[in-house]
Design a binder for this molecule. Structure first.
Ligand code: NAD
Length: 380
C-alpha cells in the first residue's frame, strides 16, 4: 500500500502520525511511504530522517492526498477546524477524527467520495487492541505533562525534605479521575515526592491508585452504576454531581495542586469543582483541568487558557501530548502501524472485516455509507 503522511493543520499541533523508525518498518513490510515536506518538524523529525529510511518527500500535503492509498493523520474531521481534507475515492484514513464532534455533512461528503475513515477514539478496550489504543497512549502523556506543568507553576517544592534550614513539607496533590491520564498524573506526582491522593467514581480503581503509593479519596456516593462493561464511566444525574460537589468542598481546598481528568466518552465533562472551592485553596495553588476541551471539570476553566481565581491559577491546556511531541508521535505512529497491520490480509491487501470488533468499532464511513454509531439516525 502507499501510506501517506500529510502535515497536521490543527492549531498548535506538533505531533506527526508517523516517525522514521516506524516508517522504516512499513517500508520493510513492502509498503511505499510518502511524507509531506516538513510534516515531522514539530516532533523533531527532519525530511532527511524520513528519506534515509526510504520515504518519499512530497512538496506539500495536497500531493500526499493525491498519491496515498492510506493516510495516517493525528487529527482530522471533527477534531480540526479546517475544511474537509481533499480525500479521494477509495482512500483509507486512520486518525483521531473527532467522532463525537464531526458534522453529518462532513461524513456524508466522505461517504460520497468513497472514503473509508477509521476513528481511533472508538477503539474497543480489549487486550488485542491495546497496541492500537491511541487514546490511552496520548492520555498517559497528558497525565505526565499535567503534573509537570503543576510542579513548575507551584511556588512550592513537591518532595518533603529535612534540611539544615528547616523541614520542607511535601506538596499536597489531588487528582480527580483515575483513568489512564489520572493514574499517570498520580504516578508522576509520587515520583516527584508529593503527598498524593486520587479519586474516581469507579471504585475498582482504588487498588490501582493505592498501588502507586497514593491515598484514595472515597466519597459517600451511590457509585454502583458508575461504570460500563468497557470500564468507562457513565453519565450520572445532576443530583449525583451536586452531592459529589458538596463532598468535594472538604477535600479540594486542602490541596496545593488539583489535577482533574474526569471524562465520559462523547459527553461534556462533569463539573465537579466550583469556583468557591478554588477560592478556598491557598493563594499560589495550581489547578490543571485536563477535561478543558470538553467543558472542564472546574467551573472557571477556559479551554486553552490560564485564568486566575483569588491567587489560584486554573490551567485548561488542550495540547499536553503535543508538548512532548517526539514521544507522543513515536507512540502514535506505533498505534497506527499496528492498526494498519490488523486491516491487511496475508497478501497485504485491505480487508475490511466487520466481524473484527476493532474494525467494526472504529469504522465511521465505508463503501458510501456512514456508520458513525454516535449519529442519531444510526441508532447512537
Ligand atoms: P476517561 O478518559 O474516559 O475518563 C477518565 C476517568 O474519569 C475515568 O477513570 C472515569 O471513571 C473518571 N470519571 C468520570 N466521571 C467522574 C466523576 N464524576 N468523578 C470522578 N471521576 C470520574 O477514561 P480512560 O482513561 O480512557 O479509562 C477508562 C477505563 O478504561 C479505565 O478503567 C482504564 O483502565 C480502562 N482502559 C482499558 C484498556 C484496555 O483494556 N485495552 C485501555 C485503556 C483504558
Amino acid at each position: 500500500m502507499i501510506v501517506g503522511i500529510p502535515t497536521e493543520t490543527a492549531d498548535g499541533e506538533e505531533r506527526v502520525a508517523l516517525t522514521p523508525p516506524v516508517a522504516e518498518d512499513l517500508v520493510e513490510d513492502g509498503h511505499e511511504v510518502c511524507v509531506a515536506a516538513g510534516a515531522g518538524e514539530g516532533a523533531t523529525f527532519s525530511d532527511a530522517d524520513y528519506e534515509a529510511v526510504g520515504c518519499e518527500i512530497l512538496d506539500d500535503r495536497e500531493a500526499v492526498f493525491e498519491r496515498a492509498e492510506v493516510l495516517f493523520q493525528v487529527r482530522g474531521l471533527g477534531a480540526t477546524d479546517t475544511e474537509t481534507d481533499p480525500y479521494r475515492e477509495g482512500q483509507v484514513v486512520v486518525g483521531l477524527l473527532g467522532p463525537y464532534e464531526v458534522t453529518d455533512d462532513t461524513l456524508d461528503e466522505l461517504a460520497d467520495r468513497g472514503v473509508s475513515a477509521f476513528s481511533l477514539e472508538l477503539m474497543p478496550r480489549i487486550s488485542r487492541a491495546q497496541s492500537m489504543d491511541a487514546l490511552s497512549s496520548q492520555a498517559s502523556l497528558g497525565g505526565y505533562q499535567a503534573t509537570l506543568l503543576a510542579a513548575e507553576a507551584l511556588p512550592k517544592m513537591f518532595p518533603m525534605e529535612m534540611t539544615a534550614a528547616g523541614t520542607i513539607q511535601p506538596a499536597e496533590v489531588f487528582v480527580i479521575g483515575a483513568g489512564v491520564a489520572g493514574l499517570k498524573a498520580i504516578a508522576t506526582a509520587e515520583r516527584l515526592g508529593a503527598s498524593t491522593r486520587g479519586h474516581d467514581v469507579r471504585l475498582e480503581v482504588k487498588r490501582e491508585v493505592e498501588s502507586l503509593g497514593a491515598d484514595f479519596v472515597e466519597l459517600e456516593l451511590p457509585t454502583e452504576e458508575s461504570g460500563d462493561e468497557e470500564g468507562y464511566a457513565v453519565e450520572m444525574g445532576e443530583e449525583f454531581y451536586a452531592e459529589q460537589r458538596r463532598q468535594m468542598e472538604r477535600v479540594v481546598p486542602e490541596s496545593d495542586v488539583l489535577i482533574t481528568t474526569a471524562a465520559i466518552p462523547g459527553r461534556p465533562a462533569p463539573e465537579i469543582v466550583t469556583t468557591e472551592m478554588i477560592e478556598d485553596m491557598d493563594p499560589g495553588s495550581v489547578v490543571v483541568d485536563l477535561a478543558a476541551e470538553t467543558g472542564g471539570n472546574c467551573e472557571p476553566t477556559e479551554a486553552g487558557e490560564t485564568v486566575e481565581v483569588d491567587g489560584v491559577r486554573v490551567h485548561g491546556p488542550t495540547d499536553l501530548p503535543s508538548r512532548v511531541s517526539h514521544t507522543a508521535s513515536q507512540q502514535y505512529a506505533n498505534n497506527c502501524k499496528h492498526f494498519l497491520d490488523n486491516l491487511l490480509d496475508d497478501e497485504g491487501d485491505l480487508d475490511v472485516d466487520f466481524e473484527d470488533e476493532i474494525v467494526d468499532s472504529t469504522l465511521l464511513v465505508h463503501d458510501g455509507t456512514v456508520r458513525n454509531p454516535h449519529r442519531d439516525d444510526d441508532g447512537g
